[in-house]
Unconditional design. Sequence first.
Length: 328
Amino acid sequence: MSVVSTVSVTVPATTANLGPGFDCIGAALTLYNEFKFSRLASSESAVNITVTGVEADRVLTDESNLAYQSFLKLYEHIGETPPPVEIEINLGVPLARGLGSSATAIVGGLVGANLLAGEPISQTELMEIAIAIEGHPDNVVPALLGGCRLAATGLINEEDLPPHPLKKGGQGGDRSWEICDIPWHGDIVPVVAIPDFELSTAEARRVLPTEYSRADAIFNTAHLGLLLRGLESNRGDWLRVALQDKIHQPYRQGLIAGYDAVQKAALGSGAFGMVISGAGPTLLALADSSSASGVAAAMAAAWQQEGVKAKVRSLSIDTQGAKTFNIA
């Protein structure tokens, strides 16, 4: 097997939760971060990192960089010493806005390291390492695989089950995540409204309750099921109901200045509904192709009236996930 010296990985942004799908569903979007890894023949330092693009001056360029930490995790997993490496990062995904910027770094670092190491592990193993680093699957899974994805684990005694076809050994602890591809109708347009302020995931999680009522659990179960059918069928009446949530959004809305005004504007312009993208503060509206541009303009205007500058874009679903280029 020939040893590659340079690999380039492009990873899409993601939007997670989609209302009722808290911590279990996410979709890849046509907005990207790029990572180039070049093996160094010799170097005084283990890593040299340069960053360009959106908010580049805010990204750490020492060994604590998340892409490099993920790069190291891959080599730790395969039991090999990581080579000195130069990492060039070009950012198109804004930081701390609820669009999976950290997931792009995790996936980019793992995929880049796997390629430089000669691809010793499978995509499934890469995915499981990424989930372990991130702590939940909703961003890293679509960032790696593309499309809209639902992730689930089992609570039953897996020792009683037959061997899993994708896992070695196939029993007990060898089994972990099951990933389901969610069909997304081509006429449903994701419109993202990205404000000029941040909201950390830690802060957004601190406001959540530790317990929920049975009624709220039933509500979200029903609405997640309806969401899956609405995304597949482009039934606007179903989506208007399905995007409602009682697990995280009611508690996070107060952290996002202008939320009510932007939601009113989006719905008034024909959006099926609006949700918080990931932990926020980016807001995501779903609309049909004929109304998407009007929804985008209305959301931008509403936030401007609230004194908030925002970039609003109509995107598409990325179906490829992490892509590799220029392997040399």
